[in-house]
Design a protein around this ligand. Sequence first.
Ligand code: SAH
Length: 478
Amino acid sequence: MKLYPLFADLSGRQVLVVGGGVVGERKVAALLEAGARVAVGAPDLTPALRGWAREGRVQWRSGRFEASWLDDVWLVIAATDDAALHRDIVALAEARHLFVNVVDDAEQSSFHVPAVIDRSPVTIAVSSGGHAPMLARLLRERLEVVIDPVVGSVATLLAQLRHRIRARIPDLALRRRFYERLLHGPVQSLLRRGQWALAEASAERLLDSVESTPSGSVVLLGAGPGDPGLLTLRGLRALNEADVILHDRLVSVEVLALARRDAERIEVAKQAGNHHTTQAQIHALMLEHASAGRRVVRLKGGDPFVFGRGGEELEFLRQHDIPYEVVPGITAALACAAYAGIPLTHRDHAQSVRLVTAHCKNSIDTLDWKALAQERQTLAVYMGNSELPLIQAQLLAHGRAAGTPFALIENGSRPEQRVVTGTLANLAEQATAHDVQSPALLILGEVAALAGSLGWFGRPPLGVTPALHAPSPKAAAA
Ligand code: SAH
């Protein structure tokens, strides 16, 4: 069956729904949303339909179907569970050249209702011609994910500018280039932020300079800890639009694989290794590519604003007037905790959580060890691998109980994840015994003991799973 797709303007037009059950109710709701005048015919109605009838939003034709119900209607939907009645309705409707949809019956229907992705005024409809509605629904779900909600605003803006665009750029090829650039430039990102006036101004500027080089931009994007499922939808879209991706070594290959095939990928590893890139070189690369009009994604492990030097990069972009956006990512502390079954806060064990790095510009000595050693709080220590003996010694010296549980999570959220547990007394020793490698995150605090019972991902924890209730410092000293 070959179908001719069309979008019907039903506003103010009469439509009949036969059937007052839940299916009828769904159809009526969608028709009302499209502005149709709906009559629903049935001996009885669902409570919601009854309410709408009382409020005068729908007209109720009570009783069994009669041919006169078809008078003056533009479309008919048959949504009862009576096949014989459906056949009658179809025959009568056909005789009057009325389009009819029979719910769950592709053969009898002369029109089908698609699954819809609503980005008003843009509407995307998916139909399986009534043969596999579930498949159409699944496709709809996928499209919902990849089609940016901002397209609706873009379409509204374009409608407003349409005549000016035609007048200003009569050449079709050039007009196409304008639209291309508009879709890839700052306009979308301004609309996404709700900055309508700036978006308009930006579109106007583009209209006046369509013959010149396009302006580039940078998206500072958090890739999450490794599992590609933990990337945000906004992040996925940015990866799909990128011309150039400057990524850290921490970013997993699975996340990189989601990017546009022909995007240029540049690894800018800052850790020791062959490809040592300094922060200044990263800045220079962002500037070079954005100035050439490219859409740059600066892709960082976890979240760009948590020990990611995202702040410095934005300061640089601001100085050079390069438009940017920030898309957060799931930071290692959240991901490792989740994937090790460790709630970072817990009403019984921890009222606060601190994100700490043991590797900072001004060295580890500046940390407030007294505050860090307080009990009933959780420490999530980033980049602490090489400093474990020192962390252990300082926390003990400042009064944190030797029995405080810890969990070291190596390669959190990735297939090769390992969790090593123990107590503060044997932290460094356990890490060495199990040869814990970077990237690894240390979670220290009463809650870490829960990894033993609540862990769900990968292999069970290695090492000794400590008792849940760590003794207080006093008890330990006694
Ligand atoms: N911006 C990142 C952190 C960068 S600092 C974020 O928000 O997660 C790098 C440190 O993060 C590593 O040394 C390690 O401590 C931690 N880390 C990042 N990804 C990790 C992972 N998948 N598993 C364990 N630790 C991780």
